[in-house]
Ligand binder design. Sequence first.
Ligand SMILES: [Zn+2]
Ligand SMILES: [Zn+2]
Length: 157
Amino acid sequence: MNAEVIRGSCLCGTVTYETRAPTLFCAHCHCQFCRRAHGAAVVTWFGVAEDTFRLISGETHLTWYDSSEQSRRAFCAKCGTTLLFASKLCPGEMHIALATATTPIDQEPQVHVFVDQKVSWIHCSDTLPRLTQESEALSKYRDVSVTSSFTEVTKEE
Ligand SMILES: [Zn+2]
Ligand SMILES: [Zn+2]
């Protein structure tokens, strides 16, 4: 057994994948795109080098949706599980929803990102750093323009 191998699956088990540690990052994302796409307040992602990512099964069911001009997200057409994110803004990376991993990864979440878009009905009390859209570390994602069907959620303040 290779301890570095990370495996994952959608809910129905049609789409399965395999990748390898070391992972590039692990982060809780509070952005509106993730929220809508996953139907969840926050989505925890880990990143890997794209060339270590391999689809094991379900290629015909894995459907890519262009969530912006630069980025796309993949889900299982059978069960709806949202699994993947890839973007021209982070070439060479594959981002994977941690909740779909069926084996442990090599790190804990390190940061909250896009906390300026966070919903008011979730309270995070951990001590991890919190980055906003304005943070330098997220500057490469700053230019994302929303698609026409996407409406801004009213902020709490
Ligand atoms: Zn599925
Ligand atoms: Zn996000």
